[in-house]
Design a protein around this ligand. Structure first.
Ligand code: FES
Ligand code: FE2
Length: 429
């Protein structure tokens, strides 16, 4: 079965201003960067690009964050050169000054009674911080949409460990890897075993997992099922996709239980991949942080190179041929590093009209169908999904459990008492 037509591929992968997918993404609050990039009041402003738009972010004297158009409305100088001083960012060309909302608050060349500053349209976008992330809304509605208050955005900071990667390929390639049930048993083989609960070995022994998808008001819910070494028991996980580009992956019992992901387009050839590990009960210590860094490859992130991984296409993502022979399937250390290597290896925007899909690609196909349907409906004037108040973000279910093999995937999803479970064994009530 072929993947997408070239026209469908274009439709899903282009997210700049005025594109259908770009218009859809601009209906939502989206992550702009980790808060750590603006470490203190009046620190250096940061150049960022989101959905193909050049922006500047800064933290003012009171600690508030502003996300502004990069270019000064006077004569279009870049505000990345600006001076961050006393409650605003000042352009260094002729010293116009902007507050966090992007309002002009000072034009030194004008007389004190000038009304010029008030007459200039603000250049800022709504911005707020939650879960260690700066979020922004790039749409044009007067009122910002509901905020995606995922559980991790409400937890104490010590129960959340977040990283982000500047990935050099289209956002959809990264996101597809997350719903690819066919790959963990190969790409991540061996690397996952020592790090997680031994029951996860099922992923390596059953290379033909089952999958089920059901549309929900927040996006869609998926259940993945693997046979274990005991034929009476199966391992499954519940792994939601949340509009427009988030998933919540269950990480097992022996570490922080959940990983929240986002794939945020920088432009059409690169995106931010977020990895936020969290748990409502566990306070990770320094050792746990180090373990996650090693296991996922987060220690390879280079903040000095705009948070790109030190593994890249030129060095084959640090592939070690000895490790490939003796330790794991890829020869690459780290689960995230393996996904990143392989999604970048496909080129900046993969030509999906040249694919040959199999049963293991079932959830990738369903993700594409969901996105195509959603963007086409949005083009026809239907409201963007996930904003009708019909669900609560912290309640979106994600879990990994062992259950009797006789249970069907929909039964598992709907079991009234199993929400928010861990990997412990369950039997039907
Ligand atoms: S271009 Fe910014 S103040 Fe003139
Ligand atoms: Fe993966």
């Amino acid at each position: 079965m072929a993947g997408l037509t070239q026209a469908e591929n274009e439709l899903l992968t282009r997210t700049g201003p005025g594109t259908p997918m770009g218009n859809l993404f601009r209906e939502y609050w989206i992550p702009a960067m980790l808060s750590e990039r603006l470490p203190a009041p009046d620190c250096a402003p940061i150049a960022i690009m989101l959905l193909g738009e050049r922006l500047v972010a800064f933290r003012d004297t009171q600690g508030r964050v502003g996300v502004l158009d990069e270019y000064c409305p006077h004569r279009r100088a870049s505000l990345v050169y600006g001076r961050n001083e006393e409650g605003g960012l000042r352009c260094v060309y002729h010293a116009w000054k902007f507050d966090v909302a992007g309002r002009v608050i000072d034009i030194p060349s004008e007389l004190p009674n000038s009304r010029l500053a008030q007459s200039i349209a603000p250049i800022g976008y709504p911005a707020r911080e939650a879960g260690g992330i700066v979020w922004t809304y790039l749409g044009n509605k007067a009122e910002a949409p509901p905020f995606p208050d995922f559980l991790f955005t409400q937890l104490p900071a010590n129960r959340v460990l977040g990283w982000h990667y500047h990935q050099e390929c289209n956002y959809l390639q990264g996101m597809e890897a997350d719903l690819d049930i066919g790959h963990p048993g190969f790409l991540h083989a061996a690397a996952v075993n020592p790090l997680l609960d031994p029951t996860r070995r099922a992923m390596g022994t059953d290379r033909r997992p089952r999958a089920y998808m059901r549309e929900e008001t927040f996006g869609f819910q998926t259940v993945w099922g693997w046979k274990t070494e005991d034929p009476a028991k199966s391992l499954f996980w519940v792994d939601p996709f949340v509009v427009p580009f988030h998933t919540i992956v269950p990480a097992g019992r022996t570490q922080m239980r959940w990983i929240w992901h986002a794939w945020v387009p920088i432009d059409d050839h690169s995106h931010w991949l977020y990895y936020v590990h969290y748990d409502s009960e566990i306070d990770p210590d320094a050792e746990e942080k180090q373990r996650l860094e090693q296991a996922f490859g987060h220690d390879l992130i280079d903040p000095a190179n705009d948070y790109r991984s030190r593994g890249n296409q030129a060095n084959l993502h640090l592939l070690d041929r000895e490790r490939q022979k003796h330790e794991n399937f890829t020869g690459i250390r780290g689960v995230a590093a393996q996904d990143i290597a392989i999604t970048q290896s496909m080129g900046a925007i993969v030509d999906r009209s040249r694919e040959h899909l199999t049963s293991g690609d079932i959830l990738v196909i369903q993700l594409r169908n969901y996105l195509l349907k959603t963007v086409r409906e949005h083009m026809a004037g239907k409201p963007a999904p996930g904003q009708d108040g019909s669900f609560s973000y912290p309640d979106i279910d994600s879990r990994m459990q062992i259950v009797p093999s006789t249970m069907s995937l929909p039964e598992i999803l709907d079991h009234p008492e199993w929400k928010w479970g861990d990997i412990t064994e369950k039997s039907p009530a």
